[in-house]
Design a protein. Sequence first.
Lengths: 281, 251
Amino acid sequence: MNAYVLELLSLIAIYTALTASLNLLAGYAGLVSVCHAAFFAVGAYTSAILSTRYGWSVGGGALVALIAAGALGFSVARLAGRLRDEYFLLVTFALQVVTSGVLLNWIELSRGAMGISNVPRLLSSAGNSAIALVATSGLMVFAARYLERLPFGHALLAIRDDQRFAASLGKNVPRVKALAASVSAGMAALAGSLYAHWMQFVSPESFKVDKSILILSMVILGGKNTAIGSLGGAATLLIIPEVARLVVGGPVAANLQGIFYGLVLVITLSLRPSVLWRARL
Amino acid sequence: MGGVLLDINSVSRRFGGTLALNDVSLHFPFSSIVGIAGPNGAGKTTLLDVLSGFERPDLGSIVVCGIEVVGRRPWDISRLGLSRLFQEVRLSRSQTALDNVKLAYQSNPGESPRGFLRPRLIAAYERETEQAALRLLESLSLNGLADSIAATLSYGQQKLVALACCLASDAKIYLLDEPFAGLAPSICGKVGSIFNDLRARGCLVLIVEHDMLALQQCADRLIIMAQGEVRADGSPDVILRNAAVQDVLLA
């Protein structure tokens, strides 16, 4: 397989995992978030820094990344829990902007716009790394699916549909929401670790708000079905820009991308307006 | 069973300029069915909101089984054994009737991280709650609709599913806001006998209802409210013969 196809497939695998993890939060818990790229970044930078500066193993770095992002997700949801769901969106937007700012400007930590290079590869050979990456992403999608089928997933849907109803049945609404945010953020961070060790390079450019919106678009395009939907949503939005690049050339396609994502969102939402139900209190 | 199950002491709640509850004190023993009636705006629903933790009283105390509940959150109060049926139908509309009822069973290991990695325990609990939920749906003549999405059911059916959720919680106190509204007459008798069973098990069933006939048939105590105050409290037959009460109800 040539390197280009391998890279595209790996990106699809990583974004499928990201989409599945955001679906847990936005689709199931009804908490629409635009900071998934920030959690993704926490994972990627934690792994990159621990492995390049302190010689940590891939597994160790990924574990720390998972816990750090999980704790961050929990606190954000807990802080935003007192607010209505519209404000949750704003809080996540703020977190995204702050994270991007830190990555760009805290040079001692992140090396700023230069990024961190020479991150060790996942496994010694590129082929094995790709297999490990696809397998881990698959496991993450499976884990998301498992959680959604548990009574936990049903409780999330109940909270999304009607918070008062869920509370009247003894569901600790803020705690369950925070738990969902924690799991979702932890999974995004794990995808970030994979990404750092696969690309062997991280820079703030890969984790800006447009990536958060891209992941949210994948969730909306993918719809309710976590496994097939996440893969479909991620693959569609990653492959079409590549096709466009082949057809109209790089510079033009790069400018068309934003228009294209917007178009996909508008079409999807007008065909299936109930994809993201608003939670009511 | 003797003793007081629910104790409301001098509870007041003000919304802007209106006193929704004005110094309400009520005491409820075990094993009783109590009706609450009164014109719109009498404070009946506010009383239920205050009892179930959705509204916080400005003044007063509420004691459930010896525990002060003012200031506690709705889910904590629910776990103390207090179940609430809302006047407007509230359900998880995207899920099936069966899944809605299963939600109501408390301490589900599949809802907490400690249980996530114990699939066998979760599966066993799931089987148990599913059986119980199906029996409950059957007792309300809903067995054919267990797998229907709640949003697709009729108003009366949704109301019954919501009632099933209430009953599944295995509470001691049931706060039911218009449980008979929208139900077919054939099912009302069944629901009434379920309330009688609850009373026989020692539970307190508090029913807010406009249908005075239904209340007269099943309640053993009737409370009339108006303008946030308790205007009459006693046996239904006596209360309904009271001319002053008639004035309140017709006002």
